[in-house]
Ligand binder design. Structure first.
Ligand code: NAP
Length: 247
């Protein structure tokens, strides 16, 4: 049964992990998701879910999380229209890989701006509201790149490690308001992001004890738990879902 009066915000919901979150969480919650460019995919997803019986209402919002004016306007519009969200999943992320010797300032700052500053932009405007509810859950979509160095990903690893520091500190600050803050660290998940690795996929799979990439729905299972009342005593934690890659 849908958890009435609860809505959840997912940044970057048009594709990949975010799409799986929006699709599956909409059975229990009303959903709002953001996207940067994928207008058609976002509309198709929204239309599909809104046509399904027994699913919550889904709204897609074009908002580049790097643009602080855009996140500010979006958050205040959503608060006015829907009230405070119960859950916020900071999922929008990009990679711009290259070895450090060839890492351009554009790709360095671009990834930090998107993955780290974009997370700040949304939370900066939403946290003052969510704390007033004295109940809620914030989830950071980090990566195992935060804890395991990856050749070609100094920018991405730095952004994802920074998200862990951000989430641990925020968890401490918000615990008195009964808001939980946790981070998820996926390994390789079947999405457009890992499609870029298609040539290396066979070799990567040999390094994963469970010998496969994750299905995005497997990230949803954990998100669903971290949003649920069953996890109200869990905060400031980091959950690795990587098929054993970092063992
Ligand atoms: P994806 O398939 O490339 O999808 C990325 C999503 O984020 C899209 O919806 C995209 O919107 C959105 N997005 C990107 N930049 C944005 C911005 N500036 N403003 C608003 N939306 C933005 O990625 P994914 O594989 O699902 O990854 C989702 C998250 O999980 C990311 O944070 C990623 O770092 C993390 N992660 C992924 C993996 C993996 O193996 N796939 C592993 C570890 C961690 P558009 O469609 O409009 O571009």
């Amino acid at each position: 049964m849908r958890k009435k009066n609860r809505w959840v915000l997912v940044t970057g919901g048009s594709r990949g992990i975010g799409k799986a979150l929006v699709t599956n969480l909409s059975r229990d919650y009303d959903m709002v998701f953001t996207y940067a460019n994928s207008e058609e995919k976002a509309q198709a997803l929204t239309n599909n879910i809104n046509a399904m019986k027994d699913h919550g209402n889904v709204i897609a919002e074009k908002c580049d999380v790097r643009d602080i004016d855009c996140t500010k306007a979006l958050c205040s519009q959503l608060i006015d229209k829907l009230g405070t969200p119960y859950g916020i999943i900071c999922n929008a992320g990009i990679t711009r890989d290259n070895i450090f010797l060839k890492m351009s300032p554009e790709n360095w700052y671009g990834v930090i701006d998107n993955n780290l500053n974009g997370t700040f932009g949304i939370l900066h405007h939403m946290v003052p509201h969510i704390i007033q509810e004295k109940c809620g859950s914030i989830i950071f979509m980090s990566s195992i790149a935060a804890i395991k160095g990856v050749i070609g990903q100094t920018n991405y690893s730095a952004s994802k490690a920074a998200m862990l520091g951000f989430s641990r500190s925020l968890a401490q600050e918000l615990s008195r308001f009964k808001i939980t803050v946790n981070a998820i660290l996926p390994g390789f998940v079947e999405t457009d992001m890992t499609d870029l690795l298609s040539e290396q996929k066979k070799d990567i799979i040999k390094t994963i004890p469970l010998r496969r990439f994750a299905d995005p729905v497997e990230i949803y299972y954990l998100v669903d738990y971290l949003l649920s009342d069953k996890s109200r005593y869990i905060t400031g934690q980091e959950f690795v879902i990587d098929g054993g890659l970092t063992i």
